[in-house]
Design a protein around this ligand. Structure first.
Ligand code: GUN
Length: 286
């Protein structure tokens, strides 16, 4: 079977074009422009790359952006003060605190400190609650799971009625992805590290989404012929970045697959731009 490679890079470019058009209209009419503030604590190299990519994306579409870099030994009080300042700043629409935080900083407290209407990551309990109730219009939906839905839909892959099997149950991806897929009328199975026979589950998938963070978790003998495989994993190896899926093995058996890099990753950033626009519209009552 010929496997279609689903390019997140291409679709993200298209979405950036759409956002850029929206921002241009605002700029031409002399309106305040949307702004994203990114907080980076410490010097984790992967986080530095992610933050740079997010800034570049803002730059490309004309969104205002500010990155606040804090030293690795920043205290909770200092970090919460910075977030408080951004919460109160009327020029700032979206706030993203890059995770993971250095040891000693409490990520849960930080996530809940970001004002709910600026929480473009969708980490705040109020946003998570709205997502769980299917109130997507009123919520900020986490960027990666939303990016996966967009990637499938805009590539003409039907979700309704399909059996979607998700591997991974994180609050960041697996859980919200399951809720989004349910709302798209999929039948959803969520697998995790305690699932006794992972292969028996993944073989049932019409759409398989792997969000584990371990390379070569998904092999060709674990998927059904014609399955759509979405790889959310970003794993660093000595040969560069790879996903959770053994891509070469699954080629020819899957009907469609997302590559790593160039699949879900660029879509996450595109969705961050969309969420920042949503925050702006909320603040400007548009
Ligand atoms: N670290 C890895 N993914 C993410 C994300 O989506 N948002 C934030 N804030 N940090 C991350």
């Amino acid at each position: 079977m010929e496997t279609t490679i689903i390019s997140g890079t291409q679709l993200a470019k298209q979405i950036r074009k759409e956002v850029r058009a929206e921002v241009s209209v605002l700029a031409e009419s002399g309106k305040r422009l949307p702004k994203l503030a990114v907080v980076l604590v410490g010097e984790d190299p992967a986080s530095q790359v992610y933050v740079r990519n997010k800034n570049n994306a803002c730059e490309k579409v004309g969104l205002l952006h500010e990155t606040i870099v804090l030293p690795g030994d920043t205290s909770m009080d200092q970090l919460l003060d910075v977030i408080d300042g951004l919460n109160k700043d009327e020029a700032v629409d979206g706030i993203l605190v890059q995770m993971p935080l250095p040891n000693g900083l409490n990520e849960e407290i930080v996530k809940q400190a970001v004002r709910v209407d600026k929480d473009v990551d969708g980490f705040h309990v109020e946003n998570a609650g709205k997502v769980s109730l299917g109130k997507f219009d009123e919520a900020f939906v986490p960027c990666t799971p939303m990016g996966v839905v967009e990637l499938l839909k805009r590539n003409g892959i039907e979700i309704a009625g399909k059996h979607v099997v998700i591997v991974g149950r994180s609050n960041l991806v697996g859980k919200p992805e399951a809720l989004l897929m349910l709302s798209e009328d999929a039948t959803v199975t969520v697998c995790h590290s305690k699932t006794p026979d992972l292969s028996a589950m993944t073989k049932q998938a019409d759409i398989l989404i792997s969000a584990v963070g371990r390379k070569h978790t998904i092999h060709a003998d674990m998927i059904k012929e014609g399955c759509v495989v979405v790889d959310v994993g970003i794993n660093r190896t000595e040969n560069g970045i790879c996903g959770d899926v053994d891509f070469d093995e699954c080629l020819g058996k899957a009907s469609a697959m997302t590559p790593v890099p160039g699949g879900v990753g660029p879509m996450t950033i595109a969705m961050l731009l969309k969420n920042t626009m949503k925050a702006y519209r909320l603040h400007e009552k548009l």
